[in-house]
Design a protein around this ligand. Structure first.
Ligand code: PEP
Ligand code: MG
Length: 568
């Protein structure tokens, strides 16, 4: 049997099923019969013991200084708290609550109390307490969630949803594939899965009941199918496809050392999108000319505390060292929308994608912003850095940023700390930014087009909503016009223009985008060699002819056809 989903990270994966957040269980809030009280109290004790055992086992495999070790330690301490256990058993006995409802209620109360303390660390801990409560409820209901730290065979994760922060904590070596019920093509979890090279299907409506944990699965993220317990014939066919895919990837390695230029001698700067230091150290060997987008907020996804100026400075210096003079483009923190960070207490918003995100968030939190700016300015003393700002709409925001940068420089001078000069750019990701570009260009050294958000805001379609695949097309005449307008304005001002949205990582759209006049392309690390091969095997003259044709089309279908029928 097989089910379909939307491919967001291509490849083929074999592995055993593992459900994450088995929390689709419904709680029964009706009072239990008096006769069931002792049985429910025993069930609670047993689940508590099982969970403690499981956590201790997980902890034994971790280094004591690791963050996961510390998190498990905090969870264990809470589970050992006798007062808490007594409160839960008391609630079962006196309020006639089932063990699950009592745990849910007492843990929620505990979390609310932490949040009310007005201490950012404890407020973050509140979320961990809620998670631990859910895990205990699952254990009471007989679904002790398998601990992810101890996976010892290739595993395909199945979940309703997975936030970028949850993704960051996964033991990637054992996760061969990811299948989610929700998610969109350019959601940040999809981008992370793609750059980690983990095949993933989103919007896949699997039924948890018919895929118990441990079921053999094959995820075919080339055709968009999840095969449940495939027979040997199917397995052989998929194995064969996997071998072909591997051979194709090996053949692409030939492009690693090659300069990125078209057959008719037109050089293109090909950069990588990265989210952590590990990716940065692999940029040169991956065949990139540097980094065109460092999503710095990703480095905050797995920490419960905010790195201070020194920690950030050290990281940027290490990155400069690893890059050895290659382009290094840092994007300031793009917090908000689908990027919730465990180390910050963000106020809930009704429309987070239209709320306090990107530059709006950092301007509203100047201390946080200045810490990052100071770290970057100081690191620039050791090598060239391009700095760009996300979600800029109007020139007034740039005025504010440059004022803050001026203040940071003054303070660093007073403190006799060295700093270097930066190049400045913005990510163009709203229609307003395109329309206000001429006012901003005199202040900028470069521009990068962020098509993931530009599409979201131009089409008024949530990029994370799988129901909107038709409303959030990866390429449409409207987006093409916005890209063209941006490129033309940049060319008029002599400002270099790049594109860092996922659109640039789709090899079949690359000829069109380059034909429109981009100077650079910044792509998902995992797509880099494929994009490079497309550039190196093509002619700029044909890219231009393709762009000229495509810009005249007014239907998505015609555009798709035009791109697919392109031959260099
Ligand atoms: C974009 O919006 O295209 C972009 C590159 O930024 P992010 O995907 O991180 O929002
Ligand atoms: Mg964006």
């Amino acid at each position: 049997m097989s089910i379909t989903g939307i491919i967001v990270s291509s490849g083929i994966a074999f592995g055993k099923a593992l459900h994450l957040n088995h929390s689709e269980t419904h709680l029964d809030y009706r009072p239990i019969a008096l006769s069931r009280i002792p049985e429910q109290q025993r069930q609670f004790d047993k689940a508590l013991q099982n969970l403690q055992q499981q956590l201790s086992l997980s902890q034994a495999n971790l280094a004591p200084e690791s963050e996961n070790y510390q998190l498990i330690e905090a969870d264990l301490l809470l589970l050992e708290d006798e007062d808490l256990s007594e409160q839960i058993k008391d609630a079962i006995g006196t309020l006639q609550l089932s063990a699950s409802v009592a745990v849910e209620r007492i843990f929620a109360h505990q979390a609310n109390e932490l949040e009310a303390l007005d201490d950012p660390y404890l407020a973050n801990r509140a979320q961990d307490v809620r998670c631990l409560g859910h895990r205990l409820v699952s254990a009471i209901q007989g679904h002790l969630q398998q601990s992810l730290e101890n996976l010892n065979e290739p595993t395909i994760l199945l979940a309703q949803d997975l936030t970028p922060a949850e993704f960051a904590l996964l033991p990637k070596e054992q996760i061969s594939g990811i299948v989610l019920k929700t998610g969109g093509l350019t959601s940040h979890t999809a981008i992370l899965a793609r750059s980690a090279g983990i095949p993933a299907l989103l919007s896949c409506q699997f039924d948890a009941q018919i895929i118990p944990n441990g079921t053999p699965l094959v995820l075919d993220a080339l055709t968009g199918q999840l095969h449940i317990d495939p027979n040997s014939e199917q397995q052989n066919a998929l194995n064969h496809t996997l071998e072909q895919e591997r051979a194709r990837r090996v053949a692409l390695q030939a492009f690693r050392e090659v300069e990125t230029q078209t057959q008719d001698g037109h050089p293109i700067k090909l950069l990588a999108n990265v989210g952590n230091l590990n990716d940065i150290t692999h940029v040169s060997e991956a065949g990139a000319d540097g980094i065109g987008l460092f999503r710095t907020e990703f480095m905050l996804m797995h920490t419960s505390t905010l790195p201070d100026e020194k920690a950030q400075y050290n990281l940027y210096c290490e990155a400069l060292h690893a890059l050895g003079g290659k382009t290094f483009t840092i994007r300031t923190l793009d917090i908000g929308a689908d990027k919730e960070l465990p180390c910050l207490s963000q106020e809930p918003e009704d429309n987070p994608a239209l709320g306090l995100r990107g530059l709006r968030y950092t301007l509203a939190n100047p201390e946080l912003f200045k810490t990052q700016l100071r770290a970057i300015l100081r690191a620039a003393n050791h090598g060239p850095i391009r700095l760009m700002f996300p979600m800029v709409n109007q020139v007034e925001e740039l005025d504010e940023v440059f004022k803050l940068i001026g203040e940071c420089k003054d303070a660093l001078e007073d403190e006799e700390k060295g700093y270097g000069e930066l190049s400045y750019g913005i990510v163009v990701e709203t229609p307003a930014a395109v329309l206000n570009l001429s006012a901003m260009l005199p202040k900028l050294d470069f521009v990068s087009i962020g098509t993931n958000d530009l599409t979201q805001y131009a089409m008024a379609a949530d990029r994370t909503n799988p129901k909107l695949t038709r409303d959030y097309p990866s390429l449409s005449p409207a987006i093409l016009q916005l890209i063209k307008m941006t490129i033309s304005q940049c060319q008029g001002f002599g400002v270099k223009v790049s594109l860092c949205g996922e659109l640039g990582s789709a090899p079949h759209t690359v000829p069109l985008l380059l034909g429109m006049g981009l100077d650079e392309l910044s792509v998902n690390l995992n797509a880099l060699l494929e994009v490079k091969a497309t550039i190196c095997q093509g002619q700029m003259a044909s890219f231009k002819a393709l762009a000229e044709k495509a810009l005249k089309l007014d239907r998505i279908s015609a555009l798709q056809q035009c791109i697919t029928s392109y031959k260099s």
